[in-house]
Design a protein around this ligand. Structure first.
Ligand code: ES4
Ligand code: ZN
Length: 319
């Protein structure tokens, strides 16, 4: 699917393909507990979000240097370009690297080596969104925000990810207030595995402009009505939902019902190396399994630019 589109929900660490993981492991003298890429791919059968996160954090051990992060981002951008992505708002998880002794500077400078030349090399404009791990403390998130001070010119916004249930948005009220005061845009994962109340809380307490996933809003008609009225974009990730067993099959995905309800939906890949495809693959799967028409797919692609953090002039150029 090469419709021009923006990708708004993409964890850069989730673009680590098995081949690159082994290449970086060799380069950095890191040993992986898998014999080869085949054996690693065998581990990609997840029963829920946590079983995925365990592997996601484990494989990050191979990411050590600026060049590793640059190579990771370049590989993503090349694949995304081939699937029609013209703009990407890219999540990264600094705390997952800080605990391994990899500094925020290494991560941001490394990613920037690729992002800084992305328009020229791949025809993709980019923005960076720094995520806090919600299963870590609020204090750790605040320290991470402080550590990002030297890099704020390269960071557009903040997000909230990792294990959702038991870690409600309100836990991060203070850090989101601080982020807003710094002029950062705000998003958060909510309603992926967590209840609709987490979506409401992300809007009311964290002041998010966009909800990542938001799938479970469909359990609360009053919330759906609000999201429609306020035109809050949702960054849906259909193949991710299937792989993490949030929906049984793609044919059961509520996306058509969500569009019918008037929700501002976008389609994204989340962690494409783990979930069976990049954003164009998600579009193609929606067409194949849910019979979404060309018009609907075009609407989704258009929404992705409208829901982006691009300024009007940037958006015109990207489209
Ligand atoms: C994630 Cl699918 C998903 N959900 C929550 N946190 C994440 N981090 C990376 N992928
Ligand atoms: Zn995600």
């Amino acid at each position: 699917m090469s419709l021009p589109k923006a990708e708004l929900h993409l964890h850069i660490e989730g673009t680590l393909e098995p081949e690159l993981a082994f290449e970086l492991a060799a380069r950095n003298g890191v040993s992986l507990p898998y014999a080869d890429t085949e054996a690693l791919r065998e581990a990609y059968r997840f029963k829920d979000l946590q079983s995925f996160l365990n592997l996601y954090y484990e494989l990050m051990a191979v990411l050590r240097t600026e060049q590793d992060f640059a190579d990771l981002a370049n590989a993503y951008l090349a694949r995304a370009a081939a699937q029609g992505v013209r703009h990407a708002e890219i999540f990264f998880d600094p705390q997952a690297h800080l605990v391994r002794g990899v500094s925020l500077g290494t991560v941001v400078e490394g990613l920037w080596r690729a992002l800084g030349s992305s328009e020229a090399n791949h025809g993709i404009s980019t923005k960076l969104i720094m995520c806090f791990l919600r299963d870590e403390s609020a204090d750790s998130a605040l320290q991470t925000l402080r550590a990002a001070t030297p890099y704020l010119d390269r960071i557009t916004g903040v997000g909230l990810d990792s294990a959702e249930v038991g870690h409600p948005p309100v836990k991060f009220r203070e850090v989101y207030e601080a982020a807003a005061a710094l002029g950062l845009r705000r998003v958060a994962h909510a309603g992926e595995e967590g209840p609709p109340a987490y979506i409401t809380e992300a809007l009311d307490v964290l002041g998010v402009e966009r909800v990542d996933h938001g799938l479970r809003c469909m359990e609360d008609p009053a919330l759906v009505e609000r999201l429609v009225r306020e035109r809050i974009p949702l960054t849906l990730c259909p193949l991710s939902n299937v792989r993490l067993r949030t929906v049984d099959t793609l044919a059961d995905h509520p996306l058509p019902a969500m569009l019918d309800a008037g929700l501002m939906c976008t389609v994204n890949s989340d962690d494409p190396a783990y979930f069976g495809g990049y954003v164009g693959d998600n579009f193609a799967a929606l067409h194949a399994s849910l019979g979404l028409t060309e018009d609907r797919l075009r609407e989704l692609a258009r929404n992705s630019f409208l829901a982006s953090f691009l300024e009007d002039d940037e958006e015109r150029r990207a489209r």
